[in-house]
Design a binder for this molecule. Structure first.
Ligand code: NAD
Length: 328
């Protein structure tokens, strides 16, 4: 039985806590959050204790930490966990600064601890099946990728101010998908963007819609289109075009009920947002983490993947700001 501490009792922390306590080999011992009410409620729900960060790092019995606190806490907690020899599950992004993320990756490598970064889309049953079929050669050699990634609504400007911008906050997932699906690295990135949905986003120096074009080192092409507000809801789709055909993967609906009438045939909209759409992915991601710990095998989404996706986000940010093609 592995004792685990969870940092962050917010939106994603609650999801991870629920998945963590279902792992046969894990026990949630501590919940840490600067918001004592949030920490107390989540700890009570799962029979854990509220603790301060120092108590977690001083407790040699805690073998793993799950970092689901605000982005600006990730790097410090990764460094402390690595120094204490604890395995790490950390939400994206590793940090907002590439150099600091690289420092974290070096500390993890030096400590020899497992570190999974929360790119949950790779664990989604639909997207994982798409990737397995590409790897099995169904569409031959993949040549192009189109990623559609649209949110149902923008977060408040207060959140966006500290988010690191749309490329590091939102497209970081799409950059990870790009690397994973095409099994390649970017040679060049061109990103453009606009504020289309809400002028208050411009006031905090961010944008809410982007179009990114990537050429890979092996000459493959990818296009990513994103917007913070799609009127019809959360929309996450990929198309992979290869020498022998194309694979598509897309949205899930809450139910499969379809209404037919004289005017139209109507189905449910896609699941509301990431907490709903990726419910199964978050569960599979947590199970994978504890399996990797038990078997001593590498995690599927490593801190190096976190650093590489961040490098792409940084390149895209520079490309958008400076209106030029960037080599990451
Ligand atoms: N992979 C995904 O799909 C996904 C989805 C949502 C959020 N995230 C990431 O998860 C992180 C949390 O996002 P959220 O939406 O749950 O935010 P949130 O604001 O709902 O929760 C963050 C929590 O962290 C707490 N916190 C802040 N500083 C802390 C500290 N020093 N120690 C312990 N707790 C601290 C806050 O009090 C809050 O309760 C972010 O880094 C975000 O990028 C990932």
């Amino acid at each position: 039985m592995i004792d685990v501490a969870l940092f962050g009792a917010g939106r994603i922390g609650k999801i991870h806590a629920g998945n963590l306590v279902r792992q046969p080999g894990a026990r949630l011992k501590y919940v840490v959050d600067v918001d004592a009410v949030a920490a107390g409620a989540l700890a009570e729900q799962h029979g854990a204790n509220v603790a301060a960060a120092d108590a977690v790092f001083d407790d040699a019995g805690v073998k793993a930490v799950v970092i689901a606190s605000s982005t600006d806490t990730h790097a410090d907690l990764i460094l402390r966990a690595a120094a204490a020899g604890k395995a790490i599950f950390c939400e994206k992004p590793v940090d907002l600064a590439l150099e600091r993320a690289r420092t974290c990756a070096a500390a993890v490598a030096k400590a020899g601890v497992q570190c999974l970064i929360g790119f949950q889309r790779r664990y989604d049953p639909t997207f994982a099946a798409l990737k397995a079929r590409i790897d099995a050669g169904e569409i031959g050699d993949p040549e192009m990728l189109v990623v559609t990634s649209r949110d149902p609504g923008a977060p408040p400007a207060e959140y966006l101010k500290r988010s690191g911008g749309i490329f590091k906050d939102m497209l970081i997932h799409d950059f990870d998908i790009f690397r994973w699906i095409l099994d390649d690295e970017a040679e060049s990135v061109y990103a453009t963007g606009s504020v289309l949905t809400d002028p208050s986003i411009a006031a905090v120096g961010d944008i809410d819609a982007t179009a990114v074009t990537i050429r890979t080192q092996r000459g493959r092409l990818a296009q990513i289109n994103t917007i913070r507000r799609a009127a019809y809801g959360y929309d996450q789709r990929f198309e992979v075009i290869g020498t022998k055909g194309m694979l598509q993967a897309g949205n899930h609906k809450p139910t499969e009920v379809v209404a037919w009438n004289a005017a139209a045939i109507a189905a449910d909209k896609p699941e509301h947002f990431f907490l709903e759409r990726y419910r199964a992915a978050y569960a599979a991601e947590m199970a994978h983490f504890f399996e990797a710990l038990a078997r001593g095998t590498p995690v599927r989404t490593s801190i190096d993947d976190g650093v590489k996706a961040l490098a792409l986000a940084e390149a895209a940010t520079a490309s958008w700001r400076e209106k030029r093609i960037v080599t990451p």
